[in-house]
Design a binder for this molecule. Structure first.
Ligand code: NAD
Length: 366
């Protein structure tokens, strides 16, 4: 199992890599060893900016013996190819969401890791942040009684207004369901466990969109995925959720509430690590703020939890198994919409262990 900090290579030096490199540099249980990208100059620039010793292509960083864990931040269509290469080189894997485009590909990653005794973790890790961990604690403490239902919605006009290379957001593996769904579904699964059946309807407002920022501004690109998704999700443990994911709406809006037998909990944006968290008990005139305790460091909490799991033999919380069930559920949503019927996602999942209130990724434990 090795000892000391876990050596990490970041693969994919695009927009989100900056947040990971910043956060991981502050956590002593991981040591940033290498950055890779198919665009080598991008890898070199990111490595220089964050004082990481090695930069290059994928093969180069997989050949570095100190790299034990690959953090895969490539575009969704490359997640499986890069992930399999990392596992076959004997490295543990943590990847951005979605874990794969299709559940059978994600299962292939988990099988490859299992055969080799390697661990797989996956974004999102926002549910390990202060806001959602406090929400989980509030529900476990009975603040709203027994959970009955949830309603979630996330709406905007889509990421092409700000992202410099937005075309991948409208290809399989993205769209509002596969891009934002993992935040909402992972949070719902942390609350309620696995999904038993789903029903959904989807629409696509436009077949083409136009980049709005950066050097590609003004260029049109195709839309090959639904851009408005309404889903009903029944959880095996009892609660039901109604969820909307839309990039067709001029009104930016997000909403996440859990209704229980004794009150309603207003859950913070599951794409952040922060609060606020509010409860409204049945009969109360207004909302009451609940304490928000935990980490707000940013993306990378799941990487530290995985690094510690590599050394201890424990199960990582932002696990590949959880990401697989999220993907099975999103795939079932898509299938339900095309077949106009309820669909049962094949797998199940055990909700991840909550973090201790004083869990500290900035402490050296390895
Ligand atoms: N941008 C965000 O705000 C954001 C937030 C959370 C999660 N994510 C997720 O992070 C991932 C990356 O998103 P991004 O916005 O950083 O994308 P991006 O296009 O800015 O960056 C992706 C990088 O991966 C590189 N790459 C692609 N294929 C590769 C391969 N086979 N080998 C090595 N490098 C390869 C590209 O050259 C590029 O530099 C996606 O899965 C996305 O869903 C993005």
């Amino acid at each position: 199992m090795g000892s000391g900090p876990v050596g990490v290579a970041v693969v994919g030096a695009g927009v989100i890599s900056g947040e990971y490199l910043r956060t991981l540099s502050r956590f002593p249980d991981v040591r940033l060893v290498a950055v890779a990208d198919i665009d080598i100059s991008r890898a070199e620039e990111a490595a220089r900016a964050h004082s990481v010793p090695v930069a290059g292509g994928l093969e180069t960083v997989l050949g570095v013996p100190e790299v034990e864990l690959v953090v895969n931040l490539t575009v969704p269509s490359a997640h499986v190819e890069v992930g399999l290469a990392a596992l076959r080189a004997g490295k543990h894997l943590y990847g951005e969401k979605p874990i794969a485009l299709r559940p059978d590909e994600a299962a292939k990653l988990l099988a490859e890791a299992g055969q080799r005794g390697l661990l797989v973790g996956s974004a999102p890790d926002t549910f390990l942040g202060a806001g959602l961990q406090s929400a989980l604690r509030a529900v476990a403490a009975g603040r709203i009684g027994a959970p009955v239902a949830a309603s979630t919605a996330v709406r905007s006009l889509g990421p092409e207004r700000w992202h410099p290379s937005p075309a991948f957001f409208y290809q399989p593996g993205a769209g509002p369901l596969f891009d934002l769904g993992p935040y909402y579904l992972t949070a719902l699964m942390a609350l309620f466990g696995g999904v038993e059946q789903v029903a959904a309807s989807t629409r696509r407002a436009r077949t083409e969109r136009v980049a709005g920022a950066g050097p590609l501004a003004g260029e049109a690109f195709p839309v090959d995925v639904p851009t408005h998704v309404s889903a009903l999700l029944d959880f095996a443990s009892g609660p039901t959720a109604a969820s909307v994911f839309s990039w067709d709406s001029a009104r930016p809006h997000l909403h996440f509430e859990v209704v229980g037998t004794e009150g309603t909990l207003a859950v913070p944006d599951p794409n952040t690590f922060r609060g606020p968290l509010r409860v409204r008990r049945n009969g109360a005139e207004d909302w009451a703020e609940l304490p928000v305790q935990g980490r707000t460091d940013g993306r990378g909490l799941g990487v530290v939890d995985l690094a510690r799991a590599i050394r201890s033999g424990a199960a990582p919380r932002a696990s590949g198994a959880l990401a697989l069930h999220v993907l099975q559920t999103m795939t079932a949503v898509t299938e339900s919409a095309s077949r106009s019927t309820f669909i049962r996602p094949p797998g199940q999942v055990v909700p991840p262990e909550p973090l201790p209130v004083d869990w500290d990724p900035a402490a050296a434990t390895l």
